[in-house]
Design a protein around this ligand. Structure first.
Ligand SMILES: *Cc1c(COP(=O)(O)O)cnc(C)c1O
Length: 429
């Protein structure tokens, strides 16, 4: 595969952009090498600056669930752009997409749109604190909720008591209000709650974790959290930035039949434009300004182009519900095929999959939390990543990311991918 032009573009970018990228994972730090610069994309394929065609398993980290440059979405944006791109005043389309989202997702009455998943999660936590009058939050090690200060926290010395900043710039003061718990470990959550009685506003989690590879919730985990929240007057926040409109029209709440108090969205809900949102029942959402005391705002929130893309995307998903069956079947086919290909070379691996989220960890142990994800063989992942890239298959450039399957993938694409896995597996250890 040729990389000359991507290499030159990366060198130029590094002179004026820190690390050459506007979001760190794009820089290939976890796998080494030069990031691929994209020229354009259509359906399941990326075309890079050197003219390579790649089968895409990232799909912009989730939004392009129907494939790139999906026509109803692109056309909606073009038509809207002709009428002006931002007003800072209310528009009818905001109500349209809000009503559709509320109809598709269980347990929500009102929704507020923002510009990213980060903003959605940050605002959801503020709302939870404002609503409960309590200050501490529980998050799980390995779950990602965007880059706002409260979430850039690692386990501190007394993990049960409070966390420590995991980035310079996050203050100790902020860190002490974020408590870290272990994913899929209810006993640990219970311990953290009892050590901080009556101080916890909310528990926030990815109902299916996608930011340490794909990690499904263990049987009873989500139910157990719901119960602990009810018993302790804690709000349960499902961060559905990845899972929302992907695992089902109603997201993980629908798939698992669990009711969250606040739900956050991003990725699919914007159809590829910068959109996030958070939603809850009316009693909670009415705490937000301008009708309630909890402040939250945004100059470009509800932007007409972003709303047009999001609305076109949600309409497609709402009208063609068999899309979920279709992408889930494709993902299952990929799962079985990769499993056979890796097994035939005697490789140690674990594939986790929920719906159209899937990832490969090079470990022979079950991967159920951050610790077991981190214990996998990263050298093999690097070889796997670069081997597949060389075969024209683009997966996430880090073992700590899930792959996102889109419906534009054909079974022929999946067969090409599986064959590439078989070939690459010969170079794994
Ligand atoms: C991507 C992601 C976010 C952050 O969204 P941005 O739009 O990147 O700010 C938050 N939570 C989860 C679960 C995500 O996957």
């Amino acid at each position: 595969m040729k990389y000359q032009r991507s290499s030159a573009l990366f060198a130029a970018a590094q002179k004026v952009i820190p690390g050459g990228v506007n979001s760190p994972v794009r820089a290939f730090k976890a796998v080494g090498g030069t990031p691929v610069f994209v020229e354009n994309a259509k359906g399941a394929y990326l075309y890079d600056a050197d003219g390579n065609k790649l089968i895409d398993y990232i799909n912009s980290w989730g939004p392009m669930i129907l494939g790139h440059a999906h026509e109803p979405v692109v056309n909606a944006v073009i038509e809207k752009a002709k009428k002006g791109t931002s007003f800072g005043m209310p528009t009818e389309i905001e109500t349209e997409i809000a009503a559709l989202a509320v109809a598709m997702v269980p347990n929500i009455d009102k929704i507020r749109f923002v510009n990213s998943g980060t903003e959605a999660c940050m605002s959801a936590v503020r709302l939870a604190r404002g609503f409960t009058g309590k200050e501490k939050i529980i998050k799980f090690a390995g779950c990602y909720h965007g880059h706002s200060d409260s979430f850039l926290i690692q386990a501190g010395s007394g993990a049960v008591t409070f966390g420590a900043p995991n980035s310079p710039g996050v203050t100790q003061g902020t860190a002490k209000d974020t408590l870290l718990a272990t994913y899929n470990d209810l006993d640990n959550v219970e311990e953290v709650i009892s050590a901080n009685k009556n101080e916890i506003a909310c528990i926030i989690l990815e109902p299916v974790a996608g930011n340490m590879g794909c990690i499904p919730p263990a049987k009873g985990f989500l139910e157990g959290l719901r119960k602990l929240c009810d018993e302790n007057n804690i709000l349960l926040i499902f961060d559905e930035v990845m899972t929302g409109f992907r695992l089902a029209a109603g997201g993980a709440q629908e798939l698992y039949g669990i009711k969250a108090d606040i739900v956050t969205f991003g990725k699919v809900i914007g159809g590829g434009l910068p959109v996030g949102a958070f939603a809850a029942r009316e009693e909670i959402m009415n705490h937000l300004a301008p009708i309630g005391p909890v402040y939250q705002a945004g100059t470009l929130s509800g932007n007409p182009l972003a709303m047009a893309a999001g609305l076109a995307m949600l309409k497609e998903l709402n009208e063609k519900r068999d899309i979920y069956d279709s992408i889930n079947k494709k993902t299952e086919y990929l799962h079985k095929g990769m499993e056979a290909a890796l097994n035939s070379e005697g490789i140690k691996f674990t594939i986790n999959r929920v719906g159209s989220m899937i990832s490969v960890h090079f470990s022979d142990m079950p991967v159920t939390d951050f610790e077991s994800a981190a214990a996998a063989n990263n050298e093999n992942f690097k070889r796997f990543f670069h081997g597949l890239l060389n075969e024209g298959v683009y997966i996430a450039p880090s073992a700590f990311e899930t792959w996102f399957i889109c419906d534009a993938l054909s079974y022929e694409d999946l067969d090409v991918t599986i064959a590439a896995c078989g070939k690459v597996a010969k170079n794994l250890i």
